[in-house]
Design a protein around this ligand. Structure first.
Ligand SMILES: Nc1ncnc2c1ncn2[C@@H]1O[C@H](COP(=O)(O)OP(=O)(O)O)[C@@H](O)[C@H]1O
Ligand SMILES: [Mg+2]
Length: 337
């Protein structure tokens, strides 16, 4: 077996961008392996079973929630259960009307069309999508100027599964087209994260004692993707140092990775510091905050804030973000750590 080098573990391997291969390897392919979110699963099963009984496809479905909580996995499970082909794309990839037309007209009948980051679709594309979702056709404009005419193109039947981290950005009309249900996926309990970690350790062939699972779960930001990525990084660390995975080794590794006991990283601390120092604890608008961090507001709102809000370090007010007492004590090193 080849040994990974320390250099092979990039600093940002816990972020969305680099999670892809590991995600695929550890992605549950059966409902029983999908931990938690019981109500969402039960609702989906009904929608799917009813559609199968009718011999058709379920209505369109939307999942929303922070990154790494299992939205893409559910889209895969829906397609698998329906024995339907899955076509995956993203709101960013569908820029022009022609992009959407090409995707929709090329679908095999009864496909699950997964559009990730669906909030990134432009209004123009959204509007084109409405008739496709409602009555299975696309209005195509042929020609230009006075001679332009619209033709209706019939589409193969499909179920759209949308996913977004920012549901508030979806227009009302688009939201109303998800007749199969709009499901919120939230952070996981500690016990659920431990279940996920135990399964992943088994799949990765790792001997991970109870204290190790607990240690990693505690630093996983209540997020399955983060948990799996951290488990794998700890594994790499143990292999490089030729030491068994223990609680002490986890602590050592996390210190090297810059992950503290709450699972917060340098970027989270930078965010909190900026709010504390540059904005005197807020309220601060997300755009101003993002600019001061040289980040894009999407990243700040979608990636950093959800977990800080959950920890109670941050509050959202109509006038902007506010650092809470809890957030302040974390920064000043009082009480919490
Ligand atoms: N409920 C779950 N049970 C087990 N593993 C999960 C669950 N949700 C997510 N995961 C793991 O986390 C990874 C990331 O999930 P993913 O569906 O890609 O998240 P999202 O699309 O919400 O960003 C998956 O590959 C899977 O290994
Ligand atoms: Mg995803």
């Amino acid at each position: 077996m080849s040994r990974p080098s320390l250099k092979a573990a990039p600093d940002n391997s816990l972020t969305e961008k680099n999670g892809q291969t590991l995600d695929a390897a550890l992605r549950p392919s059966e409902w029983d392996e999908y931990v938690g979110q019981a109500q969402v699963k039960a609702n989906l099963r009904i929608a799917i079973d009813a559609a199968r009984k009718r011999g058709g496809m379920p209505e369109h479905i939307l999942f929303y929630g922070p990154p790494g909580v299992g939205k893409t996995t559910l889209a895969h499970l829906v397609a698998l259960t329906l024995a339907a082909p899955l076509k995956s794309t993203s709101g960013v990839a569908i820029e022009r009307a022609a992009d959407l037309a090409a995707i929709l007209t090329n679908l095999e009948p009864n496909t699950v069309l997964f559009i990730d980051e669906i909030h990134r679709l432009s209004r123009k594309i959204e509007e084109l999508l409405y008739p496709a979702l409602e009555s299975g056709h696309l209005d195509i404009v042929l020609g230009k100027g006075p001679s332009a005419r619209t033709v209706e193109l019939a589409l193969p039947p499909f179920t759209l599964v949308g996913a977004t981290t920012r549901v508030a950005e979806l227009s009302g009309p688009l939201r109303s087209r998800f007749g199969g249900g709009i499901f919120q996926l939230d952070f996981y309990s500690d016990a659920e994260v431990r279940d996920i970690l135990r399964r992943s350790a088994r799949l990765l062939n790792l001997a991970a004692p109870k204290e190790v699972i607990e240690r990693i779960a505690g630093r996983s930001r209540a997020t399955p993707r983060v948990a799996n990525a951290l488990l794998k990084r700890v594994r790499d660390y143990s292999e490089v140092h030729e030491l068994p995975i223990s609680a002490e080794l986890c602590d050592e590794a996390c210190e090297l990775f810059g992950i503290d006991a709450l699972g917060l990283m340098k970027d989270d601390r930078r965010y909190l510091e900026a709010l504390h120092k540059s904005f005197r604890g807020g309220p601060a608008g997300v755009r101003a905050l993002a600019a001061s961090l040289h980040e894009d507001p999407d990243t700040v709102e979608g990636l950093y804030e959800p977990f800080l809000l959950r920890l109670g370090f941050l509050e959202r007010s109509p006038r902007g973000r506010i650092l809470t007492m809890k957030g302040r004590s974390y920064l000043t090193g009082e009480a919490l750590l």
